[in-house]
Design a protein around this ligand. Structure first.
Ligand code: PMP
Length: 377
């Protein structure tokens, strides 16, 4: 099976699995317990993972909150800020995002909209991106409490100018969040250089880590002052009161190791993904002139993600037909029953949406694996 759906999830990295195993076996302590070695070992392992994630993202370890994944991180940050600052009558309850976010952002906004928050969704260009001036103007006009804009789009691969947007939000001092789930390990992320970027979401299973773990980065207001938000989970006060519940030590250790691997391999990974992507797009361009159409801006997108249309071919039929040999996607695994809101917002017709295939590569693939595509004429 040739697995080309790495934006949906990735195979666990061997080093990650190795790092996790002791915490599923002999090292089963609860890191919130005290004094005895099983607990202390678990605590140390969690602290190490926190360092690893912080190093990858350029933040302080105490700004890393472990969650069950990016869905939870997005919910936690958006609902948490909305509730803490925007709930009372007369408070600023305006929230801004885009029309092409992951459902865990869009549906959180819809949920808050139904509860009286003032929510707005920005339009996007043909590649599902927002522009700096566009966001600057909207933020000046609306004065949102929080703006949430994804770094890289999971369906079409386009990148938003998050560094430049962080400057806008540094100047206007409004809260800014990005869902960075799809760019980790593929784009350098250094939050220390972006003080305007206050919140970030990421997930373990997209970067060779285990499923069911992720992180929400909640930057402090200053060295000593934590940013307050209402938690989703109330209970024993773990994770600095942001997220109660016994920590999933094995998963957290796996996330930490995956972060370390992503950091170490970033340059090689990007280079290899670009090589493989060029190899494959050249095949399509050579063999299928006039029969394929690329949805993404080829210069400015997540390396290794190809979103393209096979003109006149129904995507689901094609994916099914190839499914014994190749794992492909029509866009996202999260909302595959509905036609893509992303491609729709990028101006694609229903017909174009139904012709779209998403191929997401992995740096360990070999060119010879991709030769099968040379047979499609
Ligand atoms: N945001 C984006 C951009 C994603 O691609 C995904 C996963 N499809 C998520 C959030 C949700 O991540 P998780 O599976 O960790 O909840």
């Amino acid at each position: 099976m040739l697995y080309l759906d790495n934006s949906a999830t990735t195979k666990i990295h061997p080093e990650v699995l190795e790092a996790m195993m002791p915490y599923l076996q002999e090292e089963y302590g609860n890191p919130s317990s005290k004094f005895y070695s099983l607990a202390e070992n678990a605590k140390k392992a969690v602290a190490k993972a926190r360092e690893q994630v912080a190093t990858l993202l350029g933040c302080d370890p105490d700004e890393v909150v472990f969650t069950s994944g990016a869905t939870e991180s997005n919910n936690m940050i958006i609902k948490g800020i909305a509730d803490y600052y925007g709930r009372e009558a007369g408070a600023n309850n305006r929230l801004l995002t885009t029309k092409v976010e992951h459902p865990s952002v869009i549906e959180t906004f819809n949920f808050l909209g139904e509860r009286g928050y003032n929510v707005s969704f920005l339009d996007v260009d043909q590649y599902a991106r927002v522009g700096v001036e566009q966001v600057k103007e909207a933020a000046a006009k609306m004065q949102p409490l929080l703006t949430s804009i994804m770094w890289g789009n999971n369906e079409i691969g386009s990148l938003n100018p998050i560094e430049e947007l962080a400057k806008v939000f540094e100047e206007n001092r409004q809260f800014f969040h990005t869902d960075a789930t799809q760019v980790i390990g593929k784009v350098p992320v250094d939050m220390s250089k972006m003080p305007g970027l206050r919140f970030l979401s990421m997930s373990g299973h997209k970067i060779g880590g285990p499923k069911g773990v992720g992180a929400a980065i909640i930057r402090k207001q200053s060295k000593e002052i934590y940013t307050r938000l209402t938690p989703l989970m109330h209970g024993g006060g773990q994770e600095n009161n942001y997220r109660s519940g016994t920590l999933a030590v094995h998963n957290i250790v796996g996330l930490g190791k995956a972060a370390e691997v992503a950091e170490t391999n970033l340059e090689n990974n990007v280079q290899r993904l670009k090589e493989l992507e060029n190899y494959l797009t050249d095949i399509f361009k050579k063999n299928l002139t006039g029969k394929v159409k690329f949805n993404s801006d080829e210069q400015d997108k997540i390396p290794g993600l190809i979103s393209l249309q096979f003109i006149g071919v129904n995507n689901e039929l094609l994916i099914k037909k190839l499914s014994a040999y190749i794992a492909l996607s029509s866009g996202s695994a999260c909302s595959s029953s509905k036609p893509s809101h992303v491609l729709n917002a990028a101006g694609k017709s229903l017909e174009e949406v139904r012709q779209t295939i998403r191929i997401t590569l992995d740096s360990k693939i070999d060119e010879s694996d991709l030769k099968v595509f040379d047979k499609i004429k």
